[in-house]
Ligand binder design. Structure first.
Ligand SMILES: Nc1ncnc2c1ncn2[C@@H]1O[C@H](COP(=O)(O)OP(=O)(O)OP(=O)(O)O)[C@@H](O)[C@H]1O
Length: 844
C-alpha cells in the first residue's frame, strides 16, 4: 500500500538509476535509488501473479493497465503499457509530450459485495414524524400570551407546539406559577423548533415592560442570543423580527389586519451584530439601544469590552444557540469572556446607581438574575463542560421521543446527562451507496438527476463536500460541462503554457477578470441537470455572496421575504442544489430541502456532524432523505455510525438508547441505472459519456484544470484530517489516488497532477505562487512515510475554511492568554481580522 502511494505520487518521474543495484561506487543517492528500483521490481512482479487472490480482501484495487487515445466505452482501447507497479513504462521510449490517460470507468474497480437491491424510494410518509407539531395539544394552556398565539397562528402558520415547545414553554414562560427563573439546557432533534422555544419566553417576559412610562429602546439590551455563524444569527434574527411584528390588538379587535393596528412593541427592537457593518455603524446602533440582540460571539465580546455606550448591565436573558458548535469552534474562552463582561457591566451600573452617578431611571428590578439558556440538538462532553461554566442549577429540557404521547416528553431537572443524544428525525430516511472511487462523480450526478426527476419541481438538495476548493470545482464543473461537444478544445499542456500566458499581460488580465467573475458567481445552470439552479456556499466566499447564495437557494424571491418563510413557503418551480462545506451543517432552516447528500463524509465531528448535516432536511415533521456516498474502503462506516447513533451496545446486544436507526444500502448500479436510464447495462455507456464531458471541461482551459487539481489536493488534505479513531475507515493509504483523480475529472495520473502543481509553483503568478509551492507535490525521492506524515499534518494548507477554523481556535488560545480581543472582520465565524489571524497562525 505504501509503495502504491509513493508510486502514485512520484515514481513516474523517477530518473533511471545510473548503475545497477549491485553496483558500487558513485554518489550515495544514486546507489540508494538503484537499490529502490531493484526492490520495487522484486516486490511487484510476483505480486502481479497473485492479484486475483488478494482482490477480494483488498478494498483498494490493483492498478490496471492504462489505455491511451480516445475512449471507447464498450470496448476499452488496447493496453499499451503495463503499470501494475506504477513504474516507468515497459514499452520503448517515454513519450515526449505529457500523456493524457483515459481509463475506463467500469473496469479495475474493487469488488463490492452487493447489498440487497433497494429501489430509490420517495421520502417515507409511513413513519410518524418525531419533530412535528403535536396533534394532542395546543399553545393555549402552556401559558403563552393570547396575542402571541394569535400572531403565530394567523401570521406565521404555526398552530400547535412541537414536543420541545410543549416541554419548554411551561417551564420558561414567566407565569405566576413559574416564578423561579432557572437556567435551562434545551435539547431536541434537528428541526424541532428550538428557536421558538427560547424566543417566545423572551418576548413574553419583556412585553409587560411596555407599560412602563419611561420605556423606550434606550433601556439598553435586555436579551442576547449568540449563534456560531453569521448565517444562523441572521436566520434567528429573521424569526425574531417576524415575531416582533405582532400587533397591539388582536386581529378581531383591530378589524383584521388593519394598517392602523399598531405594532405591539415599538420599543422592542431587535439588532443583529454579525460584522457585516463597520464598527462605528454598529456602535451607533448600540448607542440608540437594541433591547434584543442577536450576535456572533467574537463581535459581541468586542463590543462588551470596547463600546462604552453598549448598555448591557440590565441584560436578563442570554441564549447560546448551537452550543456544541460554539465549543467545537473554540469559542469557550470567548463565551467565558462574555459572561464575565456581562457581570462586570452589571456591577458597574449598580455601583453608579449607589454612588448617585447613574442616569438610569428608577424602578428597575436589579435583583432579578440573568437567565442563561443553552441550546443544541446534540450533547457532547464539550457542551456539558460549557453547561458547567455557564449555567447555575439548570433545568434539562429534552424532547427526543415525541412520536408517542405526551408522557414521552422528558423533562429532567439537571444537566448531568451522560448519554450522547444523536437521534435523527424518525421520518428521515437514511441511505448510503458504496461507490468505487472512479464512479463517484457520475454517481453523484445520477443521484441528483433521480432525486430531481422524482419531485414535481421546486425541490431542493444540499450536497456536502469536504473543502472549499472542492465546492468551487464542482460548482464550476457542473455549470460548465456539456454533452456531445466535439468542438476542438484547448488541451492543457502541463509544461510551459502557463508561463507563456503570464508573459502576455492581456491574457493574464483576462484571466484575472474571469477568475474574479467566477468568485462572485453564486448561481449556475447545468446542461446535465435541466431547469436546475446550482448554488455554492463556503467560508471563503465574501459575506454578501454567501447571503445571496442562501437567498437564491431558499427561493426567497417567491417567498416574499424570509420572515414569512414559515408561514408561506415558496412556490418556486425551479429546483435547486446547494454545494457546500460543513458551514451549512448547523441550525440552517432552509425550506423545502428534500434531500441531503454527503458526497464527502464529515472529517470533523463524526456522528454528531452527520446528524446535524442530515438534519437540514426532514424538518418540522416534513419528509426527507439523507444519502451518503461511501468509498469501498469506508464500507465499515455505515455500521459504525449507526452504532454511535443508537448508543453503545449492551452485553445482550441491545442498544443503550433503545433506538432503532437504520441506514439502507443502495447498490451503485441502481443509482446509475436510475440516473442514466437505458436498457440493461446501457447506463455504463451513458455514465462514461458524462464522465468524458466532465473531463473535456477540465481540459478546456488552464483555469479549469487548476480548479480540478486544487480540489483534488485539498480534498486529500481534508481527508487526512479524519481523527485517529476514524483512521481505520478513513485513511489516505486506503485510497487509490489514480481513481480518486478520476472523480475530479482529471485524466492525468496523480504524478502528472503533482508535476503540474510543481510547475505552477514555479510560474510567476504572485497570488498563487506561495500557496502552490506549499501545497504542491511531494518532492521526488521522499519516502512514503514522509509523504504520509505530510498528508497527516498539512491538513490546513490550501483550504481557507480549515485555516479559518484553526484561526478560531487560535483566537481561543489568544483570549485565554491575553484576554485581548481583536478586530472582527469578514470571516464566517466572526472572529478577528484576517491579516492579524494569518500572522497569528503563522506565529509571527
Ligand atoms: N410549532 C410549530 N409548528 C410548525 N412548524 C414549526 C413549529 N415550530 C417551529 N416550526 C418550524 O420548524 C422549522 C425548524 O425550526 P428551528 O429552526 O427552530 O429548529 P431547530 O430545532 O432549532 O433545528 P436545528 O437543531 O437544526 O437548529 C422552522 O421552519 C420553524 O418555522
Amino acid at each position: 500500500m505504501d509503495d502504491d502511494l509513493v508510486l502514485n505520487l512520484a515514481a513516474d518521474d523517477f530518473p533511471a538509476p545510473r548503475k545497477s543495484a549491485g553496483a558500487k561506487g558513485g554518489r550515495w543517492t544514486d546507489r540508494l535509488k538503484a537499490k529502490r528500483v531493484t526492490k520495487r521490481k522484486v516486490t511487484h512482479e510476483p505480486a502481479a501473479q497473485h492479484t486475483q487472490d488478494v482482490e477480494d480482501h483488498n478494498p483498494r484495487p490493483e492498478k490496471r493497465a492504462r489505455t491511451e487515445g480516445a475512449q471507447k466505452p464498450s470496448r476499452p482501447a488496447p493496453q499499451v503499457q503495463s503499470s501494475s507497479g506504477g513504474g516507468a513504462p515497459k514499452t520503448a521510449a517515454a513519450p515526449a509530450k505529457p500523456t493524457q490517460i483515459i481509463s475506463s470507468l467500469f473496469t479495475s474497480n474493487p469488488k463490492i459485495a452487493a447489498p440487497k437491491a433497494a429501489p430509490i424510494s420517495k421520502p417515507s410518509t409511513s413513519t410518524k414524524p418525531s419533530n412535528a407539531a403535536l396533534d394532542f395539544t395546543t399553545f393555549e394552556g402552556l401559558g403563552l400570551n393570547p396575542l402571541l398565539i394569535s400572531h403565530l397562528t394567523n401570521k406565521m402558520g404555526i398552530k400547535r407546539p412541537t414536543g420541545i415547545q410543549r416541554a419548554a414553554l411551561p417551564l420558561m414562560l414567566p407565569t405566576p406559577t413559574n416564578a423561579e427563573a432557572r437556567d435551562v439546557f434545551l435539547q431536541s432533534q434537528t428541526g424541532s423548533g428550538k428557536t421558538l422555544s427560547f424566543l417566545l419566553p423572551i418576548i413574553q417576559d419583556l412585553l409587560p415592560l411596555s407599560s412602563l412610562s419611561y420605556i423606550d429602546r434606550s433601556i439598553g439590551t435586555l436579551a442576547i442570543i449568540i449563534a456560531p455563524t453569521r448565517e444562523l444569527a441572521k436566520q434567528i434574527s429573521d424569526v425574531l423580527e417576524a415575531l416582533l411584528k405582532m400587533r397591539l390588538r388582536s386581529d378581531e379587535d383591530a378589524n383584521g389586519d388593519s394598517e392602523n393596528s399598531q405594532r405591539m412593541t415599538r420599543w422592542l427592537v431587535s439588532g443583529l451584530l454579525i460584522g457585516g457593518a463597520t464598527r462605528t455603524h454598529e456602535k451607533a446602533r448600540l448607542r440608540k439601544g437594541c433591547p434584543i440582540l442577536v450576535s456572533t460571539p467574537g463581535r459581541l465580546l468586542d463590543h462588551i469590552q470596547n463600546t462604552a455606550s453598549f448598555n448591557v448591565g440590565k441584560c436578563r436573558w442570554l441564549v447560546l444557540d448551537e452550543a456544541d458548535q460554539l465549543m467545537d469552534l473554540g469559542f469557550e474562552e470567548t463565551i467565558t469572556g462574555i459572561l464575565k463582561g456581562l457581570d462586570g457591566r452589571r456591577r458597574l451600573a449598580l455601583n453608579a446607581i449607589e454612588e448617585g452617578r447613574s442616569t438610569e431611571v428608577g424602578g428597575w428590578d436589579w435583583d432579578r438574575p440573568r437567565r442563561t439558556v443553552l441550546c443544541s440538538a446534540t450533547i457532547r462532553e464539550s457542551v456539558q463542560k460549557l453547561a458547567g461554566t455557564a449555567l447555575v442549577n439548570p433545568l434539562m429540557i429534552k424532547a427526543t421521543e415525541m412520536d408517542k404521547d405526551e408522557h414521552d416528553l422528558l423533562v429532567k431537572s439537571s444537566a448531568q446527562e451522560t448519554s450522547t443524544s444523536l437521534t435523527p428525525p424518525s421520518q428521515l430516511s437514511q441511505k448510503y451507496v458504496i461507490a468505487p472511487l472512479k464512479l463517484r462523480l457520475v454517481a453523484l450526478l445520477a443521484l441528483l438527476r433521480t432525486l430531481i426527476a422524482q419531485s414535481s419541481g421546486g425541490t431542493k438538495i444540499i450536497v456536502f463536500l469536504s473543502c472549499t476548493d472542492s465546492v468551487d470545482f464542482h460548482f464550476n464543473l457542473l455549470g460548465g460541462s456539456q454533452m456531445g461537444t466535439d468542438a476542438p478544445e484547448e488541451v492543457v499542456e502541463e509544461s510551459d503554457s502557463d508561463e507563456d500566458d503570464e508573459d502576455d499581460e492581456e491574457a493574464a488580465e483576462k484571466r484575472r477578470k474571469r477568475r474574479k467573475l467566477s468568485e462572485d458567481t453564486v448561481e449556475s445552470k447545468c446542461a446535465l441537470l435541466p431547469d436546475v439552479s446550482i448554488y455554492r456556499l463556503h467560508g471563503s466566499l465574501p459575506t454578501a455572496t454567501r447571503q445571496r447564495a442562501l437567498k437564491g437557494f431558499a427561493g426567497s424571491k417567491s417567498n416574499g421575504g424570509s420572515n414569512s418563510k414559515r408561514a408561506a413557503e415558496p412556490v418556486s418551480t425551479t429546483s435547486s442544489i446547494l454545494l457546500c462545506t460543513s458551514v451549512a451543517a448547523r441550525g440552517l432552516d432552509l425550506p423545502l430541502v428534500r434531500a441531503v447528500i454527503q458526497y464527502d463524509l464529515p472529517t470533523e465531528g463524526g456522528p454528531t456532524e452527520y446528524v446535524h448535516r442530515i438534519g437540514r432536511t426532514a424538518r418540522a415533521g416534513k419528509g426527507g432523505e439523507a444519502w451518503s456516498i461511501v468509498a469501498p474502503s469506508e464500507a465499515e462506516w455505515a455500521k459504525w455510525v449507526v452504532d454511535k447513533m443508537e448508543g453503545e451496545e449492551g452485553a445482550d446486544g441491545s442498544s443503550a438508547n433503545n433506538k432503532k436507526i437504520s441506514l439502507e444500502p443502495v447498490p451503485f448500479e441502481t443509482v446509475l441505472q436510475n440516473g442514466y436510464g437505458g436498457k440493461g447495462k446501457e447506463y455504463e455507456m451513458r455514465a462514461t459519456e458524462v464522465q468524458l464531458a466532465f473531463e473535456r471541461w477540465v481540459l478546456r482551459n488552464p483555469e479549469n484544470a487548476t480548479l480540478a487539481r486544487k480540489a483534488y489536493l485539498s480534498h486529500m488534505r481534508a481527508y487526512a484530517t479524519h481523527p485517529s479513531n476514524e483512521k481505520h475507515m478513513f485513511h489516505i493509504r486506503h485510497l487509490h489516488l489514480g481513481h480518486l483523480a478520476k472523480s475530479f475529472a482529471l485524466r492525468e495520473a496523480p504524478t502528472k497532477v503533482n508535476a503540474a502543481r510543481t510547475a505552477k509553483s514555479k510560474a510567476p503568478h504572485p497570488a498563487s505562487k506561495k500557496r502552490d509551492s506549499k501545497s504542491a507535490s511531494v518532492p521526488k525521492g521522499k519516502s512514503s512515510s514522509k509523504q504520509k506524515a505530510q498528508y497527516d499534518s498539512d491538513s490546513d494548507d490550501g483550504d481557507a475554511e480549515k485555516r479559518m477554523k484553526a484561526m478560531v481556535r487560535a483566537q481561543g488560545r489568544l483570549s485565554r492568554k491575553g484576554g485581548a480581543m481583536m478586530r472582527t472582520d469578514t470571516s464566517e465565524f466572526q472572529i478577528m481580522g484576517g491579516d492579524y489571524l494569518e500572522k497569528l497562525v503563522k506565529g509571527q
